[in-house]
Design a protein around this ligand. Structure first.
Ligand code: URA
Length: 232
């Protein structure tokens, strides 16, 4: 049971001041009666605002098809963000909705967003070896033997002293490859190819763990059950 003003503010309905005004004005019901005292403790499933059940009172997990040109940052100074593609109310939630790892501004594809911080930690920890599949287009032909370099666990990124964990590279065309990683270092795919003298002109993530992006349109999201990764 949570205080009703805290509950509504944490779900992004408004500031504490705003939601108190709604509560005192009789717009909020709990268990079928107007709850006019902001300190009332309530069961979120019993609360109505303007006659409507609460917007996702539990935790959220969303799969987004990230478009190019959006950053995975809450800092407005960094430019348009992936969070701007979500409903405004979700953007005001606290704990905040955060991305599970980051994709670069120009990288497209599968991005998970959640307010369950334990899930972010689990899916991004190298210990758990969650597979991430990327399709990369290069500015030159794939060098001979690059599969072995990536698979051998000896690929060293500029400025780092620990080589990358073994990664799988599958050739799709002369300048196109699918790469599967189990780590998520900063700009890792671009830097792995850079270590072999190749620039990446396009990068797209198609899979994370057992989840495929499928035919989700660019810029769109869909909700996933919060327990999606619980047994995986
Ligand atoms: N590797 C990169 O270089 N960029 C991404 O966005 C993801 C993985």
């Amino acid at each position: 049971m949570q205080r009703i003003d805290q509950l509504l503010a944490s779900l992004g309905y408004g500031s504490r001041r705003e939601v108190r005004d709604w509560i005192e004005g009789g717009r909020v019901q709990a268990g079928g009666v107007a709850a006019r005292d902001p300190s009332t403790r309530v069961d979120p499933s019993q609360v109505l605002v303007d006659g409507e059940p609460l917007d996702h009172p539990g935790e959220l997990l969303v799969m987004l098809h990230k478009p190019a040109g959006r950053v995975c940052s809450h800092d407005p100074g960094e430019g348009p963000s992936v969070y701007g593609l979500l409903p405004e109310r979700w953007q005001r939630r606290n704990p905040p909705v955060a991305s599970v790892g980051r994709l670069d501004k120009e990288t497209t594809g599968l991005l998970l967003l959640t307010d369950r911080s334990a899930l972010v930690h689990r899916l991004t920890s190298p210990k758990h070896k969650v597979a991430k599949v990327y399709r990369a287009t290069l500015d030159r032909d794939l060098p001979a033997g690059i599969e072995e370099v990536f698979a051998g666990g000896a690929c060293l990124l500029e400025g780092e002293t620990t080589p990358c964990a073994p990664a799988t590279l599958r050739r799709i065309g002369p300048r196109e490859a699918e790469v599967t990683l189990t780590e998520g270092r900063y700009h890792q795919v671009r830097r792995m190819f850079a270590s072999q003298g190749c620039g990446v002109t396009d990068l797209h993530r198609s899979r994370l763990g057992h989840l495929e992006l499928g035919d989700l349109p660019v810029g769109c999201w869909r909700e996933l059950p919060i327990n999606t990764f619980d047994t995986k």
